[in-house]
Design a protein around this ligand. Structure first.
Ligand code: 3H9
Length: 689
């Protein structure tokens, strides 16, 4: 079937794009559209044109897989110009998503109608780009500069109703789109009114400081992301230059950004996230039906997990040992929802409906019919084993049993069950109703269909699932320990917590490691380390952490940790007591303190991650290096525009990274800096997979 086809129906030339799965605008689509617009204009049977898409969505944007390759004509801006220049009026009928180049094509059309529930947006900024086919020039002319800035710099799509309110679409449809769109098209004027060609419209004047204000706000909120600032420049050009000059400027920026390191990193993460959700060899396998879910434990994690499911329409049964613990859990859910309503993130009705989907119980017998259970009780194998035994006694035999654990041996837990193949680990990140990452831990017994079902379920929840093998800390926490190890050693060698945190924050991390430790509680990793033998980690690097915990400085919750927290909230302040402790521990352990540069901090912490990551790939704990990047970007505050630690190593040259790791092995010893074959091979190949 051709990517673009045309047929005449009741005086309307219906142009249909059919390029599954998302009607990405490939060369074939661009050429097809050019030809179809010309043919429709030449065809005397048609006086009007309708542009519509087959399958699940309108065009979801330019075909990103073409970006790294030599450009193929026709260019998308020329296609949009041809549509806008059509003598006969063109109506875009949108369903699913009209994103990026897809929306730019729709903006080239003279009328836009959208099916209820469809979404329209310019998400190019998320790929390190500016819209490159006139989006930054036409959108401000249609909805005003400020609203356009909002849509283009956030990359967030709006729904059809909002689009109608903005004036982005002319009408929202509720029925069968093609039939309704045909009727609509027949009603539009046969001659295109001048203002319907957006390129010929003026942009409304804007207040003098608008663009500078946006630059300042965005420099903070989307720190270090080049494309955000470029998007603001492009919209400003729409307000200050002619359409043609603005369009040229936009195009130059698009082409320059397309090959930039940030855009390459963001494209890598885009495809890596989609790859992570796949289970090899299971194409077409039927998923297990999951409609009802039980969550065991109404603590912070349990309630967050219950919310994540209920938010997406699942019936959730929340189980606790006592009615009091359940009441506390429900209170937490209600208060989080109230905050979301207050901030306009959900309506009061949505909040009520979500809460109504969570029923509570203290009786395991109430879980007899659920399709899946997620256990989120105390992180202790003995406690979890008892819970699983109780679940086995009451649940139906094919129930999926998941444990929310951040480091325990899931093989041991699964082995206690009659159907170990139905057991998986699901390591949610806190707050579980918000954080996107879930590590899905695959045991030695795991049924791949269970794995695929859980990954599919996570997609429904709007999460990103990454499969991890069984090891202490799985992918993320095991690597994080290497990162914390280097940060901890750097303190003893001469840095301060504030210097390490500042250097890594400036690199792009959401927070530095010591600020993170204080926020999540230093005692949490302390407990995790207690499950390890001294041979399994560098005890020196964590001596300061341990001493802090043992003197009741557990972080923010006790008012002091690596920093002191005055007044409870806000950023911590440096504490001379901690600096004295660091110096005394360094002395005790025989470290000679020296000047440490920010560059060394970044390199050692990053390469600590990379080296451990390569071991993790070699051991098969992670399926690929790109899975590791997905974990770090979605769960550990790694800057998305740097693509994750393994992509960072690729960008610096894996051979360079390997040489530096080898030099660290020489200076610091090869206990933690030993090189895996995976690293050495990748250094030769220049890529990981
Ligand atoms: C752009 O338009 C630039 C222009 O301004 C200027 C040009 C000159 N290209 O996400 P899913 C694949 S930049 C190629 O799992 P969903 C995806 O890899 C673009 N492939 O489905 C996956 O493949 P596979 C601006 C694409 O239902 C399959 O489609 N547009 C593209 O959860 C299914 O994807 C965007 O940034 C693409 N553009 O979500 C939109 N999009 O099956 C990007 C998807 O082999 N796309 N694929 O793994 C999305 O946000 C989501 O895919 C969408 C569907 C919401 C559409």
């Amino acid at each position: 079937m051709a990517a673009v086809s045309m047929q005449i129906s009741d005086g309307v030339a219906v142009i249909t794009v059919d390029n599954p799965p998302v009607n990405a605008i490939s060369q074939a689509v661009r050429q097809g559209l050019m030809d179809a617009i010309a043919a429709a204009n030449a065809d005397e049977r048609a006086r009007r044109i309708l542009l519509i898409c087959a399958g699940r969505t309108f065009m979801a944007g330019a075909d990103v897989s073409e970006f790294g390759k030599p450009p193929l004509k026709p260019d998308l801006p020329d296609v949009v110009a041809a549509i806008e220049g059509s003598e006969k009026p063109v109506v875009a009928a949108i369903h699913g998503q009209a994103l990026g180049g897809g929306l730019e094509i729709a903006l080239g059309c003279h009328y836009r109608i959208a099916l209820q529930g469809s979404r329209l947006g310019l998400p190019e900024v998320n790929l390190g780009l500016v819209p490159g086919a006139g989006g930054t020039q036409r959108l401000p002319r249609l909805i005003g500069a400020e609203k356009a800035l909002e849509m283009i710099t956030s990359g967030k799509p709006v729904n059809a109703d909002k689009a109608a309110a903005l004036g982005l679409v002319d009408q929202v449809m509720a029925g069968e789109l093609q039939a309704e769109a045909l009727v609509y098209t027949q009603t539009v004027a046969a001659t295109v009114p001048a203002e319907r060609r957006l390129s010929s419209r003026p942009v409304k004047t804007v207040s003098g400081s608008l663009f500078d204000d946006w630059r300042k706000v965005k420099a903070k909120r989307q720190r270090g992301v080049q494309s955000v600032q470029a998007c603001i420049d492009a919209v400003e050009a729409a307000c200050t230059l002619s359409f043609e000059a603005g369009r040229q400027k936009e195009r130059e920026m698009f082409l320059a950004l397309r090959g930039s390191a940030q855009s390459v990193a963001l494209q890598h993460i885009f495809f890596a996230e989609r790859q992570a959700g796949k289970v090899a060899g299971l194409n077409g396998a039927e998923l297990m039906p999951v409609q009802s879910v039980a969550v065991i434990g109404a603590g912070t994690m349990g309630t967050g997990i219950a919310m994540a499911f209920a938010q997406k329409g699942f019936d959730v049964t929340l189980l606790e040992l006592s009615a009091e613990a359940l009441a506390r859990g429900m209170e937490r859910i209600c208060s989080l929802n109230a905050k979301s309503v207050q901030r306009g993130r959900m309506s009061a009705d949505q909040s009520e409906a979500m809460q109504a989907r969570i029923r509570t119980t203290t009786d395991y017998a109430d879980l007899a019919d659920v399709d899946m259970v997620v256990e989120a009780v105390f992180e202790d194998l003995g406690v979890k084993t008892k819970v699983f035994a109780q679940l086995q006694a009451v649940c139906k035999p094919d129930v999926i049993l998941a444990s929310n654990t951040s480091y325990l041996d899931m093989n041991k837990l699964a082995a206690t069950m009659e159907r170990p193949e139905n057991v998986v680990g699901m390591h949610f990140f806190s707050p579980a109703n918000i954080m996107k990452l879930v590590e899905v831990v695959k045991t030695d017994y795991c049924n791949p269909v269970v794995l695929k079902t859980v990954l599919g379920l996570l997609k429904t929840l709007g999460k990103v699932g990454v499969v991890s093998g069984v090891c202490h800390g799985f992918i993320g926490n095991r690597m994080y320990q290497s990162y914390q190890r280097e940060a901890g050693l750097l303190l003893l060698e001469g840095a301060t917590p504030a210097q390490v945190d500042r250097a890594l924050y400036q690199f792009g991390m959401a927070m530095g490691p010591f600020a993170v430790a204080d926020m999540s509680g230093i005692d949490i990793s302390y407990m995790m380390r207690k499950a390890l033998t001294p041979e399994q980690y560098d005890t020196r690097a964590f001596t300061v952490h341990d001493r802090l915990v043992e003197s009741d400085r557990k972080g923010q919750k006790t008012g002091a940790g690596f920093y002191r927290y005055e007044g409870g909230e806000g950023a911590g302040v440096n504490d001379p007591e901690v600096l004295a402790l660091i110096e005394s521990v360094a002395d005790e352990l025989g470290f000679e303190r020296r000047e440490i540069s920010d560059a060394e901090i970044i390199e050692r912490c990053m390469l600590g991650l990379v080296n451990e990551g390569a071991h993790i790939v070699e051991e098969g704990i992670a399926g690929s290096a790109s899975d590791i990047d997905v974990v770090y970007v979605n769960g550990y505050g790694f800057p998305r525009h740097l693509g994750g630690p393994m992509h960072y190593a690729k960008a610096m040259g894996i051979d360079n990274a390997a040489a530096k790791i080898a030099s660290y092995a020489e200076v610091l010893g090869d206990r933690w800096w030993s090189q895996s074959d995976t690293l050495n091979q990748a250094a030769v190949q220049g890529h990981w997979d």
